[in-house]
Write a protein that binds this ligand. Sequence first.
Ligand code: HSE
Length: 409
Amino acid sequence: MSAEQPPFRVGLLGHGTVGAAFEELLAGRAEEIERFNGRRPMISGVLTRSQGDFEEILAGCDLLVELMGGLEPARSYLLAAIAAGKDVVTANKQLLSQHGEELFESARERGVRLRFEAAVAGVVPVVRVLEESLSATPIERIHGIVNGTTNYILSEMEKGSTYAEALAEAQSRGFAEADPSDDVTGRDAAAKMAILARLSFGSPVHLDEVRYEGIEHLQLDDLEYARELGLGLKLVGTAERRDGGLSVSVHPTFLYAGHPLASISGPFNAVTVESGGITEITMSGPGAGGPQTANAVLGDVVSVMTGGARPPAPPLPLTLVTDVQSAFYLHLDVADQPGVLAGVTKVLGEHDVSIRSVVQRGTGEGARLVMVTHPVLESGLAHAVEQLAAFDFVRSAPRTIRVIEEEFL
Ligand code: HSE
């Protein structure tokens, strides 16, 4: 630990919520990092929209941290840094989910480190665990609550806030993206699931290949009915091996109380990793917020300084499977007359849809018929729902939401 060692120079691109928090955190932790590493990290240059010169910052740094977000110029800057032989750290999930292979390939060819812990689930160390701790484990499935904004909105709505109030609060607390439609449409979570799928299965997954839906169209009464059935609602990403291929998706999903993701609330994120050899591991913690995310970025910087990380592995492409089995919640608004329940169950039976539980409630002139199915192929349920929608006694479009059955009690 010689005091004569030169400082470790960090070039910083971007000075928004996370960038500013990272600069402050690094200044506060520099002495401690020098104590165990021998070199003191320091910010050698900052590029913002109005100040700084990229070429100068690149030439004057040992490692480049990209926290600007967006595809360009972030992509070009990272490629230039890699080409110059510099290690890089980024939190850019949109970039990695759309141009990850190009970046991984360049980093591999040039032999530099590309670290991105903060791109998925904020400070929850899921990237490092998948890359290192579980690198010898054949992963079967990952479930994740990987968007803090939507989890915060759903938690607040359960407590009585409106959707608009909860979203405004998430924005003011720095959880939401610059364009919050990325959060509420599920696109932000989809980008993170694409990255997790690449890490878990070695197969390149582009954001465009992830099927996703968000929380904007949820109906409050679905939440109320589901509570009667013992279910809670989360925006859940799933990446899993299916039929020799791979399925990656994000959907609003009901969970029974015993599932490890069921208790994750507020801006917290959690990722559950399943494999025969390990049963199940769940990691959870703050998934959004400047200071929290900055900790993950600084952890990556220290990892590079100490040589703790390895270059990205080469791709191992798998087929993407889109028609997968799931249990479903099914909501039907029906006329209250003889033969309705028999008609519904006949159609479901014809499509191999088996009912796990059912609730019926009269509404005066009609009835709400709400049921949870056992696992069924999505295409089978879709055909059944199409037939149900055509009945005269079904008075509005049937609604379906996925249910995860495991409770890990
Ligand atoms: N907008 C993101 C979220 C920030 O709410 O999770 C962290 O990626």
